[in-house]
Write a protein that binds this ligand. Structure first.
Ligand SMILES: Nc1ncnc2c1ncn2[C@@H]1O[C@H](COP(=O)(O)OP(=O)(O)OP(=O)(O)O)[C@@H](O)[C@H]1O
Ligand SMILES: [Mg+2]
Length: 351
């Protein structure tokens, strides 16, 4: 049991959504977006200088919207983006701890952000959390379901698919793979295919994403996708089944290729168990039939069992909270990255 007396948080910082769960029973899923009023009219209308998540999306026309993460990384285009990831984290932490009390948190991030942005992130949360641990999100998924060995986690997010081989330890770099064909790629592909078939339609990426989230499927596991869109302002009924299926299937070959490579990399005596323990998390796990298709393509390697385990999008954050509750913050540094570790390393003359 954790000896930390503060509020404990599990946070999953994602490109499209940030999930938070706390040991005071708070839980929330917020769109990873921060909006700033474009002018004094927007400021007056909203009554505040910053708006987050769904509220920001609702008032998008009055706001300059910033998404702090892109392709699984904190956006590094300008200083403003560092502020937005800080502001987003501050907002979600305050929501969970409204009395402003101290909190300790385990933060899951895409593998790429863990690789490239962990020091930055850790320094950003230094004044937001009493103790903060940064870990790859896929590890938190494995922790939540208690499959820390002989399993593979495939986290299909918006910016990246993170695939992680669990071998009874915190996964080293060589056991993590990041693919950039994920949910956003499906959206772009879907839009291109629809535009090609129906050039007269007025398309919006947001509208197509909603259609995807309602109907996404691979192989024969879904459809038909019939909906009404507009051409020159006039409603037109269209069938988007083939386009949506093709867009969703476009991410599958790369996932399969990496899965095969990873399975073969386990000890031969472990490989059958690994094949029976493949787990899909992230928003992409809701694509109908994705588990079946992955299993079908791996059948020549043995009995395969693929499970989708993230119905509500909270599993990474729940894994973070579980870890925070079970391990004392004194030993968190053995699991992931903490700012304190960096300071210690600097004091010792390390990197
Ligand atoms: N029902 C659904 N079917 C298919 N895709 C979905 C569904 N619901 C959400 N998604 C997609 O899942 C993605 C969001 O998933 P998730 O919240 O796991 O991503 P994220 O953690 O924000 O991104 P990343 O892990 O890449 O940083 C988006 O592309 C979204 O459109
Ligand atoms: Mg994610």
């Amino acid at each position: 049991m954790s000896r930390c007396d503060n509020l404990l948080l599990g946070i999953d910082l994602g490109t499209s959504r940030t999930a938070v769960v706390a040991d005071n029973n708070y839980q929330d899923l917020t769109s990873s977006v921060v909006g700033y009023p474009k002018d004094i009219v927007g400021l007056k209308m909203l009554g505040k200088p910053q708006v987050f998540g769904a509220e920001a999306l609702r008032h998008h026309s009055a706001l300059a919207l910033y998404r702090p993460m892109e392709d699984g990384l904190i956006r590094e285009t300008d200083f403003h983006n560092y502020n937005t990831v800080y502001e987003l984290l501050k907002h979600v932490i305050r929501q969970a701890a409204p009395d402003g009390g101290a909190a300790c948190g385990v933060i899951g991030v895409p593998s790429r952000a863990f690789l490239h942005n962990k020091k930055l992130l850790s320094s950003l949360v230094e004044d937001l959390l009493e103790v903060a641990l940064i870990v790859p999100k896929a590890f938190l998924v494995a922790y939540k379901i208690n499959r820390l060995t002989n399993s593979i986690i495939v986290d299909i997010g918006a910016g990246t698919v993170d695939i992680c081989a669990m071998k009874g330890m915190v996964p080293p770099l060589e056991d993590q793979v990041t693919l950039t064909k994920a949910g956003d790629y499906i959206d772009a592909r879907f839009e291109a295919l629809v535009a090609e078939r129906y050039p007269q339609l007025q398309l919006s990426r947001g509208q197509l994403r909603l259609i995807k989230e309602e109907h996404a499927f691979v192989d024969q596991y879904g459809g038909p996708v019939q909906t009404v869109l507009r051409a020159d302002g006039v409603p037109v009924e269209v069938d988007l089944s083939a386009e949506l299926q093709s867009a969703c299937e476009s991410i599958v070959p790369d996932i399969l290729e990496q899965l095969v490579t990873m399975v073969k990399d386990f000890d031969p005596e472990a490989q059958q168990e690994v094949l029976e323990n493949i787990f899909i998390s992230g928003g992409g796990s809701l694509i109908r039939g994705i588990d079946e298709v992955v299993a079908l393509h791996l059948v020549e390697y043995g009995d395969v069992h693929v499970r989708c385990i993230d119905k509500n999008g909270l599993i990474g954050a729940q894994g973070g909270l579980k870890l925070a509750k079970e391990l004392d913050p004194d030993v968190w540094g053995q699991v992931g990255f903490m700012h304190a570790e960096e300071k210690r390393a600097a004091a010792d003359g390390g990197d």
